[in-house]
Design a protein around this ligand. Structure first.
Ligand code: C2E
Ligand code: CA
Ligand code: CA
Length: 413
């Protein structure tokens, strides 16, 4: 279905669709007409091409109504609006869990539409439509409790590397759970379940114990990576956590300075006084403290000012694709500047491309992590990864200084 108020643009879009072999095409001259037609159609269209600025009902309102009615029709936005508006529409569709295939500028080119449609049909074959909301797998707290008791949880390690040189600085520890019948459960889901069902202490202690066992083994072979462990803010309001963590780490001959605790900011820390005390005591013991997912919550600056962090970990939503989007670049640059002034190590997560890596190099970010460098992997894969990573160091190293500041160039463009 083509939803477009300009008759010329609509005819152009319809013609392109026909050239690409689409036979049945519905046309609507604004959101209201599209909604009306969709309501009458038993079989919804496979794809919607949606303009944004239209009289009566604009494209954003149409998308919102489609969401309210539960119509998850793959869509492509075709618009000549500013990039920041297009970004917001992309954000909206991913927040609502609607499948957005892409955003194209007008006039739409045949090659662009063709490439979007190709990508779409590949996704359809793999049954992997771009939607942010995959339905959760039905696991219960009893399942999770059993998994913890029977040692079903595993840990994977994702490298964190020095951005100027590519050298390994440490690894983040990520929990994994493969349920015997339901298969892999995403950590976001089981960590949230553990937090809700009062299992987060047991889960975290199991992850910590496995990590420290592994660190002790690596230490025997002369490998001393810094290990970053995720800690739920819910754990931080009990003074016992300090002793529990310290005992676990030091009992295996690991020094606390080898461990960084990544804390996700949480909007509603209930007992702030207790949390400040716990985190300050952990710092006193020598643990590093990282403010994880920086930029995603509304209290992040407040937390930075109150708590003794050593590291600022910028959320991947500001990193991924930053080289293409000047507004992300500006946010990234100011977060890095702030980290520098506060004498914190800056870490960027979610680096997937060499272009974003180069940008971070130019902006002076200290440490990076992401699929470009290495995916989370089991401990036994680390030696092989280290060998292949060594071969990539020349490619990753920063080109000599003297080139123009990339952020300024992007903003100017
Ligand atoms: P997080 O702390 O933000 O961890 C980083 C997540 O980003 C990981 O997802 C990692 O696999 C993913 N990631 C890394 N590089 C890239 C990249 O280049 N692109 C993209 N798109 N993603 C990348 P994962 O393993 O699914 O973990 C999700 C979240 O679950 C973690 O987010 C963390 O908040 C939580 N989590 C995982 N393990 C634990 C744990 O042991 N304890 C606690 N409390 N939370 C945990
Ligand atoms: Ca983390
Ligand atoms: Ca993170």
């Amino acid at each position: 279905m083509v939803v477009e108020d300009s008759p010329v643009q609509r005819a152009h879009a319809v013609a392109l669709c026909r050239q690409l072999g689409i036979e049945l095409i519905y046309e609507a001259c604004d959101g209201a007409e599209a909604l009306l037609q969709l309501g009458m159609l038993q079989l919804k269209p496979d794809l919607m091409l949606i303009d944004l600025h239209m009289p009566v009902m604009d494209g954003v309102e149409l998308i919102t109504h489609m969401h309210e009615r539960g119509w998850k029709i793959p869509m492509l936005v075709v618009s000549s609006q500013q990039q920041s508006i297009l970004n917001a529409v992309q954000e909206l569709s991913s927040t609502l869990g609607l499948p957005m295939l892409g955003l194209l500028a007008k006039p739409m080119q045949r090659e662009q539409l063709e490439s979007v449609l190709q990508h779409y049909s590949q996704c359809k074959q793999r049954n992997a439509l771009p939607s942010s909301s995959r339905p959760p797998i039905a696991v219960t707290s009893a399942d999770l409790c059993h998994a913890i008791d029977t040692d079903q949880l595993q840990v994977h390690y994702q490298p964190k590397v020095d951005i100027p040189t590519g050298l390994v600085r440490g690894m983040e520890v990520l929990a994994r759970w493969t349920h015997p019948e339901l298969g892999r459960i995403p950590p976001d889901q089981f960590v949230a379940l553990a937090e809700k069902e009062n299992l987060i202490f047991d889960l975290s202690m199991q992850v910590l114990r496995k990590t420290i066992d592994q660190a002790a083994q690596w230490q025997h072979t002369g490998f001393y990576p810094r290990l970053a462990i995720n800690l739920s803010p819910l754990l931080l309001d009990s003074p016992y956590i300090v002793t529990a963590i310290c005992d676990m780490v030091t009992s295996r001959g690991i020094h606390p300075s080898q461990v960084v605790l990544e804390i996700t900011e949480s909007a509603g820390i209930e007992h702030l006084g207790r949390v400040i005390a716990v985190l300050t005591r952990l710092r006193l013991q020598g643990f590093g403290l990282s403010l994880d997912d920086y930029g995603t919550g509304f209290s992040s600056m407040q937390q930075l000012a109150r708590l003794p962090f050593t590291e600022l970990k910028i959320d991947r939503s500001f990193v991924h694709g930053a080289h293409l989007r000047s507004n992300l670049c500006v946010i990234l640059d100011s977060a890095l500047d702030m980290a520098k002034r506060l004498e914190l190590t800056s870490v960027a997560e979610g680096i997937e491309t060499l272009e974003d890596w180069r940008l971070l190099q130019q902006c002076g970010c200290n440490v990076g992590q992401g699929y470009l460098i290495g995916r989370p992997m089991p401990a036994e894969d680390i030696p092989g990864w280290l060998r292949s990573h060594r071969m990539r160091l020349p490619e990753l190293r920063a080109p000599q200084a003297g080139s123009e500041n990339k952020v300024e160039a992007l903003v100017r463009a």
